[in-house]
Design a protein around this ligand. Structure first.
Ligand code: HEM
Length: 451
């Protein structure tokens, strides 16, 4: 039976609907809407109608069962000028082909070899963490994960260039994440930000096309992701063009470092405020690793470390909302969804829903014991999304987060820096608004490592 009802939602104000309430505090607003209006909430943001979906069954319907009836939402599509036709933004047959080509590079066996790079980079940062000194942990994690993507994606000799890409991408993202993006003809105005944006695009293209050309000329497999993408062939035996490779590389760079950096930043923040959890983590690391650095093979044994990562992503999901747009009229939860409607699935709201999580705002890594992931209804916990568009880097990211956390927490614990309060800035990702300064302390009694 096709739904005919229109879902309930907060009254908007002419002419902007609910836009101001949303912009002022997206996390609080969406949470209040869910608690007040239920599992499907109608909103008007800008000129668009949005339905926020707050029940796992509806989430699964849109992300999995009816994945063919939706495309990425307007905001994600707005990244097109940066990431082109990369995996994040492409659709239909083109996306399917690209996903199939890229998938083998992200399978378990393929990524296990990156563990060494991850730990090596984490050890270098660990050497900079001096006892009793404050650190901006977010800055540290961004530098660390950018270095890891640089090495695993492009290989070491071009790491400096790849870090340059990281900085240029920041400029490009900043350009797209301000309200001024709605101004007509903004791109044609002779402003400094336009010049900087164009320079950043040129720089990224120059570096990435340069790397692709070099690698094609050399023709050897250096074991990194780009080698795998270069070697990938579809069913007809054709590989990716330079343009496709460029778009995939920029996409992986963008999607592949900030999210993991945020996961770790929030994990260290939470541990700083929960000494008992930090103590249990340290005990596990001492027992499993006995002072030596971790390897990919240790990941299954570092259960509590994994729970800390999961619980951090539950409370502070780096991708805090997923957007879709209906491409045909459809029925969701008995409500009629017209073609063109924007759909929001917010991990922030779902992950803190008391129907699925006891004491939902509390940091309790042990809740993940006894395979909670499998006991939860599918669609309640989705830091990496779900369905055909699920994060291609999810195993890479989990392994990276566990190995980095293990390497650093093995010898250090974090404590809150005086006066530092965590404020959030939800844009495409859930960023901390201001610095995330923490004091790092060398752990007393940590098993020594002399390697
Ligand atoms: C903790 C870290 C990460 C989080 C929380 C995360 C989250 C997500 C989410 C929620 C999606 C789905 C978006 C949607 O359905 O619209 C996604 C997609 C994607 N992610 Fe991740 N991600 C992480 C790490 C990574 C890494 C390490 C890589 C690559 C090295 C990566 C590459 C991608 C790509 C390419 C897509 C698009 C996949 C497609 O549509 O086929 N991500 N990510």
């Amino acid at each position: 039976m096709s739904g005919t009802k229109t879902p309930p939602g907060p009254r908007g104000r002419f002419p902007l609907g609910n836009t101001l309430d949303y912009i002022r505090d997206p996390l609080g607003f969406l949470t209040r809407c869910a608690r007040e209006y239920g599992d499907v909430v109608r909103l008007r943001l800008g000129v668009d109608t949005y339905y926020a979906l707050n029940h796992p069954a509806l989430v699964e319907e849109v992300l999995r069962a009816r994945a063919d009836a939706v495309i990425k939402d307007k905001l994600t599509r707005g990244l097109g000028p940066i990431v082109g036709q990369g995996l994040l933004t492409s659709e239909g047959a083109f996306w399917r082909r690209q996903r199939k080509l890229a998938q083998p590079a992200f399978q378990h066996q393929a990524i296990a070899r990156y563990g060494e790079v991850m730990v090596e980079h984490a050890l270098r940062l660990r050497a900079e963490w001096l006892d009793g000194r404050p650190r901006d942990v977010h800055e540290d994690m961004m530098r660390l994960t950018v270095g890891i993507v640089a090495k695993t994606l492009f290989n070491s000799e071009v790491a400096a260039e790849a870090e340059d890409i990281g900085r240029s991408l920041e400029v490009m993202m900043a350009y797209y994440l301000v309200p001024a993006k709605f101004l007509p003809f903004r791109e044609r105005l002779p402003t400094r930000e336009n010049r900087e944006f164009r320079a950043a695009v040129r720089r990224v293209d120059e570096v990435i096309y340069g790397i692709i050309a070099r690698r094609r000329a050399e023709g050897n497999d250096t074991g990194d992701l780009l080698s795998r993408l270069l070697a990938a062939r579809d069913d007809e035996g054709s590989g990716m063009t330079d343009r496709q490779l460029r778009d995939e590389c920029v996409t992986l760079f963008l999607a592949g470092h900030e999210t993991t950096a945020l996961t770790l930043t929030y994990a260290f923040h939470l541990l700083a405020h929960h000494p008992a959890a930090a103590g249990r983590l340290a005990a596990e690391l001492d027992e499993v690793l006995a002072g030596r650095p971790p390897t990919a093979a240790d990941v299954p044994d570092l259960a509590y470390t994994g729970w800390v990562v999961r619980e951090s992503m539950r409370l502070y999901p780096p991708a805090w909302a997923i957007g879709r747009q209906a491409v045909e009229d459809m029925d969701v939860g008995g409500y009629r969804v017209r073609k063109g409607t924007q759909l929001i699935v917010s991990q922030w709201v779902l992950h803190r829903d008391p129907r699925w999580f006891d004491d939902p705002d509390a940091f309790l890594p042990e809740r993940w014991d006894n395979d909670l992931v499998r006991r939860l209804p599918r669609g309640t916990y989705l830091p990496f999304g779900d369905g055909p568009r699920v994060c291609i880097g999810n195993h890479f990211a989990m392994m990276e987060a566990v190995l980095i956390l293990a390497t650093l927490a093995q010898q250090h614990r974090t404590a809150p820096a005086p006066g530092q309060v965590l404020e959030l800035s939800p844009s495409i990702t859930l960023r901390p608004k201001s610095g995330t300064r923490m004091v790092v302390h060398a752990r007393q009694g940590a098993a020594p490592w002399t390697g």
